[in-house]
Design a protein around this ligand. Sequence first.
Ligand code: HXC
Length: 260
Amino acid sequence: KSYEYILTSTPKPGVGQVTLNRPKALNALCTPLIKELNEALNDFNASDETSVIILTGSQKAFAAGADIKEMAPLTFSEAYTKAFIESWSLLTTQVKKPIIAAVSGHALGGGCELAMMCDLLYCTETANFGQPEVKLGTIPGAGGSQRLTHAIGKSKAMELILTGKSFSGAEAEKWGLAARTFPTYEALMEETLKLAETIAGYSKVAVQACKEVVNKSQDLGLRDGVEFERRVFHSLFGSQDQKIGMKAFAEKKKPEWTHS
Ligand code: HXC
């Protein structure tokens, strides 16, 4: 399929990749781009060939934000009745396969929020994160005030959101927002692909369940979360891959997953 604002590819078996590709605007996230992104993610989510998805931008920009020029003339009633930005949430509600964000360059405003919606974040040490909305007379609108606060704590999130100051990939890792950082763009992309290949080597059923239970921890209290995890854990005894995986361990063999 060909798109105007994104590229899709399958860099390794089981690995789907979406590359934001609106270089003239540093991948500013206009509504048509989000529509294409949702379409591509839905296709990878539905495909039996895909286990895990990489979402990335260019070396210079993951995404420099929601499209400021598109937002500038919007009125309250238009934003409210057309549920502006709501469609961004498809990524978090409909896609059951893990999405890895590979962030280089700018990840500002909606770009930072999009990266934080992903299940796992890798970035370069010099990646440029931030929620600069306050400088534009507004606030984060795609979950930034919530996800950043969950990830790095209230005091730091408050400082960043009230000042609009940027923070680096190295800081994002130190504060727990990024899982890992890399010194170069090439290393970032290489290691992201290796990570995706590792995940693609496991049972799709187990992988989907891992994503589901970890993400539940963001919405539930500890007690409910642990109970939810146990229910899902129990349910996996109903999968073939649990039998295959444990039998292979006992026989010192490599498991041949059936993904069922
Ligand atoms: C629309 C954007 C854009 C954006 C960059 N561009 N960011 N267009 N929306 N968010 C456009 C510029 O207008 C310019 O177009 C071209 O991309 C290149 O950008 P420059 O500014 O010339 O590049 P540079 O000098 O390298 O500076 C990079 C930058 C700067 C520091 C990232 O572009 C910048 O500050 N961008 C805005 C960042 C921001 O405030 N993001 C938050 C947006 S609010 P022309 O046509 O002039 O070449 C937001 C709200 C989220 O995201 C809430 C709901 C999702």
